[in-house]
Design a protein around this ligand. Structure first.
Ligand code: FES
Length: 255
């Protein structure tokens, strides 16, 4: 348990009714926040305060609150998921902030992630990119093949698992000056391309997912590497290089 006393904080939060209206920052004071509480618990405290004051609560996305679902998209003091690295907003603790500090909280800002309300953004563009090819087509009825029947080299399995760690939170897009989704799509392409089960549809997959990515309005990658730095799951830029190779080969084969 922390011995720090409760924190008194000023919160500058982006408020926006919907995608059609202009937003603005509003300032709130919050007192006696436990340093042991999570950032989202602090947001819950604020919303309780707003309800008690008869005011509109701050909309923000969350679900698992344990770094799995990727819902808790927030830009905190100019960084996606806040000042710590390798964690999501729900895993961020208030002990990372000082008593008396002003915390600025904004939604993901990207043309492909329109604001729904306040800090909640519409990331269904990611779903549509996934629907374009982020799957393998297998018949699961009848006899299921033993999981160990297809041998996979350990190194490939490890790289595939590393890529599959992507939770689709969108921090890579939010931090990229081009609004590029290459780290996300590269991770999804890689997790299948590295495994024999995914090779069957690999060419079609990469072509369709890249096409969907472009259609959704994500920008191009200019290799700044910000996405890798801010990814809460440590997805490496290697996945972008692999996707580019996969795309090049698939495109060449198409003739
Ligand atoms: S709420 Fe699920 S990752 Fe944060």
């Amino acid at each position: 348990m922390s011995t720090q006393k409760g924190l008194n904080l000023t919160l500058k939060i982006w408020r926006q009714k919907n995608n059609k209206t202009k937003g603005q920052f509003e300032t709130y004071q919050i007192a006696e926040v436990s340093p042991d509480s999570s950032f989202l618990e602090m947001m819950d405290m604020l919303n309780e305060q707003l309800i008690n004051d008869g005011k509109d609560t701050v909309a923000f996305d969350h679900d698992c609150r344990e770094g799995i679902c990727g819902s808790c998209a927030m830009y905190i003091n100019g960084r996606p998921h806040g000042p710590d690295t390798g964690i999501t907003t729900c895993q961020l603790h208030m002990r990372h902030f000082k008593n008396g500090e002003t915390i600025t909280i904004e939604p993901w800002r990207s043309a492909a992630f329109p604001v729904i309300k306040d800090l909640a953004v519409d990331r269904s563009s990611f779903d549509r990119v996934m629907a374009a090819g982020g799957f393998i087509s297998v018949n699961t009825s009848g006899n299921t093949l033993d999981a160990n029947a297809i041998l996979v080299p350990k190194e490939d399995a490890d790289h595939a698992m590393d890529a599959a760690a992507c939770i689709g939170c969108g921090a890579c897009v939010a931090t990229c000056k081009n609004g590029s989704a290459m780290l996300f799509v590269g991770a999804k392409v890689s997790q299948y391309a590295l495994l024999p089960q995914g090779r069957v549809e690999a060419k079609r997959r990469v072509l369709n997912m890249v096409k969907a990515m472009d259609e959704e309005g994500f920008g191009n990658c200019s290799n700044t590497g910000a996405c890798e730095v801010e990814c809460p799951k440590g997805i490496s830029l290697e996945v972008i290089a692999r996707m580019n190779r996969e795309f090049f080969v698939a495109n060449a084969d198409r003739g």
